[in-house]
Design a protein around this ligand. Structure first.
Ligand code: CTP
Ligand code: CA
Length: 231
């Protein structure tokens, strides 16, 4: 039993949430990958299910112990797998969340055989992956709410939120959840700070706490959008 049970205002709605990080094969035994644990996406899937939505988690290399229990799970490995799984399920979903860390690049040609050492260096040619979120936004169904994530560090020219604003406008998702990483934030179990922006880059809300707490706050913004649209 939860300390306070959330409203069942997403009952009857379907949601698909990607989590984890995609892997791109270099050869049959090696890949390019990233360190995403999948915990944030799983927390969002759980928070949606807690409000009554019927949720599918599309898990890219998420450890089974992290999968969570309130939703169906579909496992994928590569960015191409993830793109296909998301496209299929988004077509039947009211809520689409891209929390997965998608590999920006993949090897131009995967080797069928295990690469052997040659005594010299190795240069891998990489090509850019398609932007799954952008594809989902351009195929958005009427009334569908699409949410993206962005982990931003800022640089010499602008702070993390400025990067987030530009990304929100570029991506066109209904909501972009910006996680400021670095400075001990966003890694492992330490508290997260999530700032939620709309497609214009304007502030919708912000929250701090555990991944579960910031996920619940994000899902409240999703529910607000859904309820406003059906009003
Ligand atoms: N994303 C995606 N497909 C990609 C890359 C990213 O769907 N090929 C999604 C992520 O799941 C996330 C959002 O886009 O919801 C933002 O990802 P991010 O890596 O921050 O943005 P990029 O567009 O890849 O820009 P960059 O990494 O250069 O900052
Ligand atoms: Ca990226």
């Amino acid at each position: 039993v939860e300390p306070s049970s959330p409203p069942q205002d997403l009952a009857g709605l379907r949601a698909v949430v990607s989590a984890g990080g995609t892997r791109e094969a270099i050869d049959p035994v090696r890949y390019l990958g990233n360190r995403s644990s999948g915990r944030q996406g799983v927390a969002v899937a759980d928070a949606l299910a807690a409000r009554g939505a019927q949720v599918t988690l599309v898990a890219a290399n998420v450890a089974p112990a992290v999968h969570g229990g309130r939703h169906a799970v579909v496992e994928v490995v590569s960015t191409a797998d993830l793109a296909e799984a998301m496209a299929t399920r988004a077509a039947a979903s009211d809520i689409v969340v891209m929390a997965a860390a998608v590999a920006d690049y993949r090897p131009a040609t995967g080797s069928e055989h295990k690469l052997k050492k040659t005594g010299g260096g190795l240069t891998l040619e990489l090509v850019e992956n398609p932007d799954i979120l952008a594809g989902l936004v351009s195929g958005r169904r009427a009334g569908q709410v699409i949410v993206g994530f962005a982990a931003e560090t800022g640089d010499a020219d602008s702070d993390p939120l400025e990067h987030g604003r530009a990304k929100a406008r570029r991506k066109g998702a209904d909501l972009l959840a910006v996680n400021a990483v670095g400075h001990d934030r966003g890694f492992g179990d330490v508290p997260n700070a999530l700032t939620v922006l709309d497609a214009a880059g304007d502030l919708v809300g912000s929250s701090e706490g555990s991944k579960e707490e910031v996920a619940a706050a994000l899902v409240s913004h999703v529910a607000d959008l859904i309820l406003r649209r059906s009003a």
